[in-house]
Design a protein around this ligand. Structure first.
Ligand SMILES: [Zn+2]
Length: 121
């Protein structure tokens, strides 16, 4: 009974929108362009947490820079949809859960920005 409950809770944890792998809690990441909260999925996708939900644009840039290894020439040559996939989901920092349903009552929610580069042929 207890085991089952633990499993259900785990299943509600944040998962990668591209490969569905469970994600680690975002951690401090330092790059040449600044610090942010985020991580990297085993499929190669990177994610950046915006705890306030008000800095999605900055988080988006951080995620792209992180995905490109701070290579800004590469970053500037990328086209959304062709060279990378993106997803922005509501994220509850306190419980480490992603919520795909928009709910205006939950305006305390942050955002999680995901970028996955297309594989180079
Ligand atoms: Zn993934």
């Amino acid at each position: 009974m207890l085991k089952r409950r633990v499993r259900e809770e785990k299943d509600e944890m944040a998962r990668c929108p591209f490969c569905r792998a469970l994600l680690n809690v975002p951690e401090d990441i330092r790059t040449a362009s600044g610090d942010f909260l985020g991580g990297r999925c085993e499929c190669g996708a990177v994610y950046v947490c915006d705890p306030t939900g008000h800095n999605v644009g900055q988080g988006y840039l951080d995620a792209l820079a992180y995905a490109c290894g701070d290579d800004w020439d590469k970053l500037n040559s990328l086209n959304s949809g062709r060279d990378y996939s993106e997803a922005v989901l509501n994220y509850d920092v306190r419980t480490h859960r992603l919520l795909e349903i928009e709910d205006i009552r939950r305006n305390f929610l942050g955002k999680m920005i995901f970028i996955r580069l297309a594989r180079n042929e």
